[in-house]
Design a protein around this ligand. Structure first.
Ligand SMILES: *Cc1c(COP(=O)(O)O)cnc(C)c1O
Length: 400
């Protein structure tokens, strides 16, 4: 069966060049522990150093500001907990948004349980945080603002640079979850005004289970979660995941080298798909910002349809998409991101996310559109939401 992978925001296949680079550190003489000072250790140490330089270069940082982690989730947790605790004497107020990834939102909520004051900002209809809301939420007790660069569910790109400027003026630590934007659009820590920034390997054709936290030199932050050895300049204990780190470095290098070309290609595919869906179907909206969105990201809400049924029907036809985020799918609650955007509960149930990648083609998009027609028609015909007749009841207002 023809199979099309359209779920690159959930994870990506490992690039062959990345796999090759990693393989060399799983075999032969390169298995050493980077902390060992003999030949074997030095081989591994050298590889980690090179990977650190590549990741640093990809975000405009110095190698010494990169801390390797077990992924985006750990980087987010380390950033948020470490900044909150290190600044505890100065203040106890943390600001975030309602549409952050669970790794950020739950880390902040956990701070709330530990006696920190937290503000979870609303978003507009596009899922975008308003800069003036951030400004209004700041108090003299605010020590940390954490806002994502691009949203994983709706693809919206946030006004992060403006928020970073605000934070800088007030001496507040600014963390950016750049897991979705890294490798797809330019991510520069100085341009974004980020003091802390999280990235992950497996969203950029690297391996799963490895990521990095950028920590700007001089940022009041300390390691608070993983105690043990003195690796990563005492900022993250534990023997380094050498093959993973090598893979992340290679993936970052490739992403940077191919960004412009990929960006152009993916934007064209995305727009072809969005136009195709909006022209072909009734009672469907694009979710997220129409222009300020990731180049590979299309997301919709279909009326009179369960997103899960749509996903499963497409899967039977060999097309892999997502309904809501991977973390929330499997539950019957609609996505908290869509609800925060003011999308009605019933409409939010019909969400579909199509995220394209480097191996997708125009033919993939056309095949998807072709398959979607009968699938949408069939699901709507039997949907309890439309009534037994199959006639849509056009009662509820459709957002935008
Ligand atoms: C995937 C993702 C994460 C988590 O990264 P992992 O490496 O899977 O732990 C965090 N934030 C965002 C926005 C993501 O898309």
């Amino acid at each position: 069966m023809r199979r099309i992978y359209f779920d690159h925001s959930a994870t990506t296949p490992v690039h062959p060049e990345v796999a090759e680079a990693m393989y060399r550190f799983l075999t032969g003489d390169n298995f050493g522990n980077p902390s060992s000072i003999h030949y074997f250790g030095l081989q591994a140490r050298k590889a980690v150093t090179e990977a650190r330089e590549k990741v640093a270069q990809a975000i405009g940082a110095s190698p010494s500001e990169i801390v390797f982690t077990s992924g985006g989730t750990e980087a987010d947790n380390m950033a948020i907990h470490g900044a909150a605790v290190a600044n505890r004497k100065r203040g106890n107020h943390v600001i975030t948004s309602a549409v952050e990834h669970h790794a950020v939102l739950d880390a902040v909520k956990n701070l709330g349980k530990q006696g920190f004051e937290i503000t979870i900002l609303p978003v507009d209809e596009y899922g975008m945080v308003r800069v003036e809301d951030v400004e209004k939420a700041i108090t003299d007790k605010t020590t940390l603002i954490t806002i994502m660069h691009a949203n994983n569910e709706v693809g919206t790109i946030m006004p992060v640079a403006e928020i970073g400027k605000l934070a800088r003026e007030r001496g507040i630590v600014f963390h950016v979850d750049a897991v979705q934007s890294f490798g797809k659009i330019p991510v520069n820590v100085d341009e974004l005004g980020a003091d802390l920034l999280s990235v992950s390997g497996h969203k950029i054709y690297g391996p799963k289970g490895v990521g990095a936290l950028y920590v700007r030199k001089g940022t009041p932050w300390r390691q608070t979660l993983v105690f043990g050895g003195g690796q990563e300049r005492r900022r993250r204990a534990g023997t380094e995941n050498v093959p993973g780190i090598v893979g992340l470095g290679k993936a970052a290098e490739l992403a940077l080298a191919n960004m412009e070309e990929e960006n152009r290609k993916l934007t064209a595919l995305r727009d072809r798909l969005i136009e195709g869906v909006l022209n072909r179907f009734e009672d469907v909206i694009l979710t997220g910002h129409p222009e300020k969105r990731l180049p590979n990201h299309a997301s919709f809400c279909f009326k009179y349809i369960e997103g899960e049924s749509l996903l499963l029907s497409l899967d039977m036809k060999g097309i892999a998409v997502s309904s809501g985020s991977a973390c929330t799918s499997g539950s019957l609650e609609p996505s908290y991101v869509l609800l925060a955007m003011g999308i009605p509960y019933e409409l939010a149930h019909g969400s579909l996310r199509v995220t394209m990648g480097k191996d997708n083609t125009e033919e993939d998009v056309d095949y998807f559109l072709e398959v979607m027609g009968p699938v949408v028609e069939r699901i709507r015909a039997i949907s309890p939401l439309t009534g037994k007749t199959g006639e849509p009841s056009l009662g509820t207002a459709v957002a935008r």
